[in-house]
Ligand binder design. Structure first.
Ligand SMILES: O=C[C@H](O)COP(=O)(O)O
Length: 248
């Protein structure tokens, strides 16, 4: 039985003071032993967030990291920096990173390997544009994104990674994929994991859905067989996130 995992991606929102206030507000609302709860604030709030979440069920994740150990990479953050802070998860290959910062599948793969090396759990994002969906290439595209992202990742390590399926047309638009659309692609992702590794790995890996998840649609989406939680943007910035985590 896979444990549900629901993560809030705060994106470029909240100053450190605001982040602290939001964590304090949400702490009592996101209690749920059946769910791994992850908050991913901006880098500058990570240290405060780890401290503030200490006496709670909340784990902290970063929204990105670089694939080098250190050196002349102005503006980047290395995995050991995150690790030392007590960060447990890192979102990699989010569609906004791919679109605005030129991240390719190959770059995502390098980051995934580096995160695993440093014992950070990657949340690997994949998903199609509306145009790609209309062209009927969603499953092919997502299969490629996953195959490349997991290249050279061992079966043991793959079991602990998290995949987030996020159709780009559903991100921040208020248009959610139907539970059937989301389930179809999440099932295809589980199938490709099975082809790369084995049924065991496919059964173990957790696959989230992301894209306009909110308190009103979480229950239906999370009830689907191959959806093991969500990667939540807008709704993770308000009290509603408590309802998403306690979706039942
Ligand atoms: O990482 C989160 C996703 O991009 C979803 O964002 P959203 O819930 O605001 O649509």
């Amino acid at each position: 039985m896979r444990k549900m995992i629901i993560a809030g991606n705060w994106k470029m929102n909240k100053t450190p003071k605001e982040a602290l206030a939001l964590i304090e507000e949400l702490k009592p609302l996101v209690k749920n032993d059946e769910v791994d709860v992850v908050f991913c604030p901006p880098y500058v709030s990570l240290m405060l967030a780890v401290e503030a979440a200490k006496d709670s069920n909340i784990e902290i994740g970063a929204q990105n990291m670089y694939f080098e150990e250190g050196g002349a990479f102005t503006g980047e953050i290395a995995p050991n920096m995150l690790k030392e802070l007590g960060v447990k998860y890192v979102i990699l290959g989010h569609s906004e990173r791919r679109e605005y910062f030129g991240e390719t599948n190959e770059i995502v793969n390098k980051k995934v390997l580096k995160a695993i090396e440093h014992d950070l759990t990657p949340i690997i994002c994949c998903g199609e544009t509306l145009e790609q969906r209309e062209q009927g290439i969603t499953v092919d595209l997502v299969r490629t994104q996953i195959k490349v992202a997991l290249k050279d990742v061992s079966a043991e390590d793959a079991k602990d990674t998290v995949i987030a399926y996020e159709p780009i047309w559903a991100i921040g638009t208020g248009v959610t994929a139907t539970s059937e659309q989301a389930e179809e692609v999440c099932a295809a992702i589980r199938q490709v994991i099975g082809e790369i590794y084995s049924g065991d790995v496919a059964d173990a890996i957790r696959i989230q859905y992301g894209g306009s998840v909110n308190a009103g649609n979480a229950k239906e989406l999370f009830a689907m067989e191959n959806i093991d939680g969500g990667l939540v943007g807008g709704a993770s910035l308000k009290a509603d996130f408590g309802k998403v985590v306690n979706y039942k």
